[in-house]
Design a protein around this ligand. Structure first.
Ligand code: B12
Length: 211
């Protein structure tokens, strides 16, 4: 796989070029998962450059847009639709937070592993998570937070779940760049993972499904 070209197009925010490269890799029988991993590595470089103030929000937005389009090409190949779901997962990015790339990747990997995923999007209020889990009989809520200021919404969602009397029926997993296992423990979450494959494993573990 031409990893460097993929990363370069992603970092430069070249949506069409990136999508063409991804399609080319797929026609060369490259695995969708390794293409996704390469793009995530590229997005990490974007993150480091943003942090180092070498690039700014507009550039990050272009990269994010390119990644979203290219990920949509991979989505049907990473997800299964013809099997009985292993369980239902409600996932979203918490209130006040507009980052959704990582959450979408986690959702996609869960679908690929055979779960039914209800993706609520981003900037999702705690009440909405509870409603959605209740209405759909979900056994897992996945909360994503990428900014430290939105992390308390995870705690709030768990509290509301308790107030709704659903805490023993619904497991909560949390993730996102600033979230840690210690933070997950401190708010009483049932699971944490720092990347999508770990998230799938964690969900299987919580539902006592074989690995
Ligand atoms: C892309 C990006 C943006 C894009 C988002 C576009 C989009 N559609 O998502 C835009 C430009 C909109 C943006 C805006 C902002 N951003 Co920004 N952004 C990023 C950046 C560069 C990359 C994030 C990303 O997509 N990574 C790639 C994905 C694949 O990784 P991931 O999200 O971490 O997800 C993986 C894991 O975390 C995990 N995971 C994720 N969710 C979940 C959920 C569960 C349940 C589980 C188990 C696991 C899990 O699995 C995923 C896949 O492996 C990060 C830098 C970074 N290092 O994270 C900054 C970053 C998150 N942003 C930051 C900031 C400050 C902002 C702004 C406040 C900037 C501003 N001044 O306006 C705004 C916030 C707006 C808002 N209210 O949300 C800071 C946050 C600092 C902090 N700790 O609070 C970061 C860390 C950059 C930095 N170092 O300063 N941003």
């Amino acid at each position: 796989m031409n990893e460097e070209s993929i990363k370069t197009a992603l970092i430069a925010g070249q949506e069409k070029e990136l999508c063409d490269l991804v399609k080319g890799e797929l026609s060369n029988e490259e695995s969708p998962k390794s293409i996704l991993d390469t793009m995530m590595a590229g997005m990490n470089i974007v993150g480091s450059r943003f942090q180092a103030k070498e690039i700014f929000i507009p550039e990050v937005l272009f990269s994010a847009r390119a990644m979203t389009s290219a990920t949509n090409i991979l989505k049907p190949l990473l997800t299964k639709s013809d099997v009985q779901p292993l369980g239902k997962v409600v996932i979203g990015t918490v209130l006040g937070d507009l980052h959704d790339i990582g959450k979408n990747v986690v959702g996609m990997m869960l679908e690929g592993a055979g779960f039914e995923v209800l993706n609520l999007g981003r900037d999702v209020a705690p009440e909405r998570f509870i409603e959605a889990a209740k209405e759909n009989g979900a056994s897992i809520i996945g909360l994503s937070s990428l900014i430290t200021t939105s992390m308390p919404q995870m705690k709030r969602t768990i509290e509301l779940l308790e107030e709704a009397g659903l805490r023993d029926q619904v497991h909560v997993i949390v993730g996102g760049a600033p979230v840690t296992q210690d933070y997950a423990n401190s708010i009483g979450a049932d699971g944490y993972a720092d990347e999508a494959t770990g998230a799938v494993q964690k969900v299987k573990e919580l539902l006592h499904l074989e690995q």
